[in-house]
Design a protein around this ligand. Structure first.
Ligand SMILES: [Zn+2]
Length: 140
C-alpha cells in the first residue's frame, strides 16, 4: 500500500546562493561548511565574506559530519504546526570537528539520552527540495 506524502509543515529557509549548499548538500549526503583559504578556517553561519579577513574568496568544503553536543534543551510544548507533532524534541548547539558550532536538532534517540559532550554525526531531514542537517548519536 502506497503512503501519501505529507506536505512539510515547518518554515523553510529561503534558498539563496549564499546559503544553498548548506541545505542541499545533504541530497548528496555531504555536510557543506564555508571555508576561508586565506585564514585556513571554517566558519558558520554560511556567508560569502570571511568573518576574520573580510575577503570574499571563500569556498564550500565538505565537513566530516562528526561533532559533539555543546549545549541543548528539550522542548516539551510547541503548538506550531509541524512542531507540535514532534514534541518532545531536542534543540542543540553542536561543535563540529571543523571548529564551527551549528544550531540543529538531535534526533533518532530518546531526548533523555542526550548529554553535553555526546558524540554525534550528521543525518538529514528531507523537506521539499532541501535536506536539513540534523544530528544523531554516533554509531560505534
Ligand atoms: Zn579569512
Amino acid at each position: 500500500m502506497a503512503t501519501e506524502q505529507q506536505p512539510y509543515r515547518k518554515p523553510l529557509p529561503e534558498l539563496h546562493p549564499e546559503i544553498a549548499p548548506y541545505y542541499t548538500g545533504g541530497l548528496r549526503a555531504e555536510l557543506m561548511i564555508k571555508f576561508c583559504p586565506n585564514c585556513n578556517i571554517s566558519f558558520h553561519y554560511p556567508r560569502t565574506v570571511c568573518p576574520e579577513c573580510l575577503k570574499s574568496d571563500t569556498v564550500w568544503r565538505r565537513a566530516s559530519g562528526k561533532g559533539t553536543v555543546y549545549s541543548y534543551t528539550i522542548t516539551y510544548q510547541n503548538l506550531s504546526p509541524g512542531f507540535r507533532e514532534e514534541v518532545p524534541y531536542v534543540l542543540a548547539l553542536v561543535d563540529l570537528a571543523e571548529g564551527v558550532r551549528v544550531m540543529t536538532n538531535i534526533i533518532d534517540c530518546d531526548p533523555k539520552d542526550v548529554s553535553v559532550g555526546m558524540p554525534v554525526e550528521v543525518t538529514w531531514e528531507r523537506a521539499e527540495e532541501l535536506a536539513i542537517p540534523k544530528f544523531r548519536p554516533q554509531k560505534s
